[in-house]
Design a protein around this ligand. Structure first.
Ligand code: HEC
Ligand code: HEC
Ligand code: HEC
Ligand code: HEC
Ligand code: HEC
Ligand code: HEC
Ligand code: HEC
Ligand code: HEC
Ligand code: HEC
Ligand code: HEC
Ligand code: HEC
Ligand code: HEC
Ligand code: HEC
Length: 405
């Protein structure tokens, strides 16, 4: 058995011998044609006798078309028709056009004449594919005949592959162009073919595009125009947005106070309100007291109605310490000087009597007891005289209803 190496050596020798013979033959042909055609085709430039003589040593590299690959092994005349050298086409496709030299087979996809963008002169098979060189839409090749096409499980799409694919890799898409998809959203967005509803998604059987667009799942909108169900059947915090933790306490239907356009700017019907005013009017759930508000522990509705904060209910004191309505002390602050429901008594010793506020108004000269002796204020601290009647002092002497003492 011949060794592989010796076979190859022989093969090589055979090869060289073939080339040598071929070239010798060609040289003869050339010499012949140079002689025969010399007179007939004067205008045609041909290799000179000198060149022909040197033809065997001719360095084809100098032509700018090196004979490499398979071209090394073919007759000079296969390319240099009629012994013509200068003006021989350089562009692959001008020879490989099916007449001058074998060209593309009929199933070859449309391509430019620059065969060497994809092929070498070694072989037509094993082409390197350069997409820069394509002149046809993707699908003219990517049809599973000429080149890899869509598989049976491919998403339903138009044939414009490059709406979603680049030319580098098929099995990863940067961005799916939804103008090029076919079928309903759910036909793909079922969690298998394409992303579906996440586990915690609101329960719905509606088509995705009822609420979603194709750009992002986060942009949710909803057309309420044909909705007949009660708002709260969806707006329960799981199917759709519900009341948040800080929402005012109510069991009424959402549309009693809300429109379907926005949750903000609700209108409020107090007849539906549950709980004391302050359970809502705490400055969080609903309007609360201003920072300068009169400091009081009483419920709002002791002073306020439900339709207007500035329209007050006349305040009725219930404390026994209240001296009674004054004709002159008209503002709350006249007595509630610290804006607090607890009074700062000017003369606390006489609280809760008139003198608790009016010590300064006391004129001892006008208040004389037995012996015409001026009375100590403690004896008459209730100016209206209802308690500490002294001799000479009339009951009901002073009244809060009077503008003077
Ligand atoms: C695969 C085709 C091919 C083969 C085979 C080939 N040539 Fe060429 N040859 C060319 C091309 C193409 C040119 C460049 C023509 C041009 O630039 O005008 C060229 C140019 C030449 C020129 C220079 C012409 C000039 O005046 O510029 C010579 C001489 C030549 N070839 C000789 C040969 C010889 C001898 C052989 C065989 C040993 C050979 N060629 C085989 C394609 C070929
Ligand atoms: C001047 C004409 C000419 C040019 C230009 C030319 N070829 Fe060729 N080529 C030939 C001829 C003639 C053959 C031999 C065809 C045959 O098998 O009969 C050949 C053979 C080949 C083969 C071998 C085919 C086989 O069946 O083994 C390949 C591959 C090839 N050429 C590729 C190219 C490429 C690529 C280019 C451009 C870089 C090119 N050729 C440019 C004329 C040309
Ligand atoms: C854009 C790239 C590209 C261009 C340009 C191109 N081809 Fe091709 N060609 C291919 C591809 C890819 C194949 C398939 C190769 C394979 O199956 O390995 C192919 C296959 C072929 C085949 C069949 C090979 C076989 O036996 O299976 C021939 C012949 C061929 N091309 C000739 C040409 C010729 C001639 C030109 C220039 C006129 C050309 N091609 C231009 C990419 C190209
Ligand atoms: C002229 C024919 C042709 C056109 C047009 C064409 N391709 Fe190709 N494409 C090929 C060939 C041939 C290959 C390599 C052989 C193969 O993979 O079947 C290829 C390979 C690819 C690959 C690599 C496949 C892989 O997994 O390796 C991608 C991706 C691709 N093409 C996308 C595109 C896109 C996108 C377009 C349109 C912008 C396009 N092609 C246009 C012929 C073409
Ligand atoms: C609307 C977008 C879109 C269009 C248009 C589109 N594809 Fe795809 N293609 C995809 C998506 C999505 C995948 C899956 C990729 C992934 O898993 O990331 C895919 C995967 C593929 C795959 C690999 C997996 C498989 O299914 O075989 C190939 C091959 C493919 N596409 C070819 C094509 C071809 C060829 C065309 C044009 C005829 C095309 N696609 C058009 C979106 C598209
Ligand atoms: C033919 C299949 C198909 C159809 C039909 C389809 N999509 Fe898609 N969609 C996809 C694929 C594939 C992706 C990207 C991969 C994924 O998200 O799983 C996608 C992505 C999305 C995204 C995410 C976009 C991003 O970049 O984050 C949204 C949103 C979307 N689709 C909404 C929709 C809506 C709404 C419809 C119906 C109007 C719809 N899709 C119809 C296949 C489809
Ligand atoms: C009735 C309206 C409605 C329908 C129909 C609907 N969704 Fe949603 N979807 C929502 C709401 C509301 C959210 C929550 C939005 C948020 O958290 O920003 C959401 C969220 C999502 C999210 C998560 C978004 C994220 O990143 O947090 C995905 C994914 C999603 N939906 C997919 C789908 C798919 C797929 C369909 C169709 C099969 C669908 N949805 C049908 C209303 C709907
Ligand atoms: C069939 C279910 C359903 C019913 C019934 C329903 N909605 Fe909605 N609504 C939604 C979905 C889904 C959204 C969008 C996602 C979200 O905000 O939770 C929405 C959104 C809203 C929005 C927010 C609008 C925006 O763009 O910010 C308001 C406000 C609203 N609904 C009010 C109502 C009111 C009021 C009713 C009763 C008249 C009602 N909805 C009935 C499902 C419903
Ligand atoms: C009795 C009246 C009333 C009812 C009934 C009511 N709300 Fe409200 N809601 C309000 C008021 C008032 C606000 C605060 C409005 C504002 O800040 O402009 C509010 C605020 C909201 C907000 C927050 C708005 C924001 O973003 O600041 C949501 C969400 C909301 N409500 C949902 C609901 C839902 C869901 C229902 C039914 C289940 C409902 N509401 C029932 C009165 C009501
Ligand atoms: C269940 C919650 C709730 C209760 C209880 C409640 N309110 Fe309200 N009230 C609201 C909401 C909500 C508004 C409208 C939004 C706002 O002003 O903060 C409102 C508005 C008002 C307004 C302003 C009306 C206007 O048109 O300017 C007044 C005044 C008022 N409430 C007084 C009261 C009084 C007094 C009580 C107790 C009798 C009371 N509210 C009980 C929730 C409540
Ligand atoms: C003891 C009586 C009293 C009580 C109780 C009371 N307020 Fe007032 N409130 C007043 C007075 C007095 C004013 C000042 C009216 C004016 O400026 O004309 C006022 C004014 C207001 C204003 C209007 C502020 C402005 O300038 O617009 C708001 C709001 C208000 N109160 C909220 C409340 C709330 C909420 C409660 C219960 C939590 C409450 N008030 C309890 C007496 C009271
Ligand atoms: C003539 C003096 C005087 C005037 C004017 C006056 N108060 Fe008083 N008020 C008192 C006294 C005294 C007390 C008991 C204070 C204490 O125990 O510290 C009191 C107590 C209160 C209390 C707590 C307990 C109660 O229900 O009686 C409130 C609330 C109150 N006043 C609100 C008002 C408001 C509002 C105004 C104006 C509309 C007003 N007062 C005007 C003297 C006055
Ligand atoms: C909590 C304090 C307070 C108490 C208690 C009080 N008053 Fe007054 N009184 C006032 C204030 C304030 C005025 C307004 C004039 C002023 O600032 O002195 C006033 C004015 C008067 C005036 C009018 C005097 C004038 O010059 O305009 C009379 C009369 C009067 N009080 C009688 C009484 C009587 C009688 C009692 C006991 C039953 C009484 N007051 C208890 C605070 C009080």
């Amino acid at each position: 058995m011949r060794s592989r190496a010796s076979y190859m050596d022989r093969n090589n020798i055979n090869h060289c011998a073939q080339i040598y013979l071929a070239r010798l033959l060609l040289l003869l042909v050339m010499l012949f044609s140079a002689t025969v055609l010399h007179t007939a085709e004067q205008s045609v430039e041909m290799v000179s006798d000198k060149a022909a003589a040197n033809i065997e040593s001719f360095d084809h590299f100098t032509t700018g078309f090196p004979l490499t690959g398979k071209h090394q092994f073919i007759d000079c005349a296969s390319c240099h028709l009629y012994g013509q050298f200068k003006g021989t086409p350089l562009e692959c496709g001008l020879c490989h056009n099916g007449s001058r030299a074998p060209g593309k087979h009929p199933q070859h996809f449309p391509s430019s004449n620059f065969c060497d963008n994809c092929h070498t002169d070694d072989s037509w098979t094993g082409a390197r594919f350069d997409h820069l060189d394509i002149i046809e839409p993707c699908q003219s090749c990517h049809n599973n005949i000429i080149a890899e096409g869509k598989s049976a499980s491919h998403i339903l799409s138009t044939e414009a592959c490059d709406d979603c694919h680049n030319t580098i890799v098929f099995d990863r898409v940067g961005k799916v162009d939804h103008d090029a998809v076919m079928g309903s959203c759910t036909s793909c967005h079922n969690g298998i073919t394409a992303e579906g509803m996440p586990a915690q998604h609101i329960a719905t059987t509606a088509e995705c595009d009822t609420c979603h667009d194709t750009f992002t799942w986060r942009n949710v909108h909803f057309d309420h125009s044909n909705i007949t169900a009660a708002c709260s059947s969806c707006h329960n915090g799981s199917t759709a947005t519900g009341k948040d933790a800080g929402h005012l306490v109510t069991s009424a239907e959402c549309d009693t106070c809300h429109s379907t356009v926005t949750w903000q700017g609700a209108t409020f019907d107090h007849s539906l309100a549950v709980g004391p005013c302050s359970s809502c009017h705490d400055g969080t759930t609903a309007t609360g007291k201003t920072p300068t508000h009169f400091i009081t522990t009483l419920e709002c509705d002791n002073c306020h109605i439900t339709t207007n904060w500035l329209q007050l209910i006349p305040f009725v004191h219930t404390t026994p310490d209240y001296p009674g309505d004054h004709l002159t002390a008209r503002l709350c602050e006249d007595c509630h000087t610290s804006n607090n429901q607890t009074i700062t008594w000017p003369y606390a010793a006489y609280r809760p009597e008139c003198a608790g506020c009016h010590q300064d108004d006391y004129e001892a000269d006008s208040h004389k007891g037995p012996g015409d002796v001026p009375l100590p204020i403690a004896d008459v601290m209730d100016c209206s005289g209802s308690c500490h009647l002294k001799e000479g002092i009339q009951s009901g002497e002073h009244s809060t209803n009077s503008s003077e003492w």
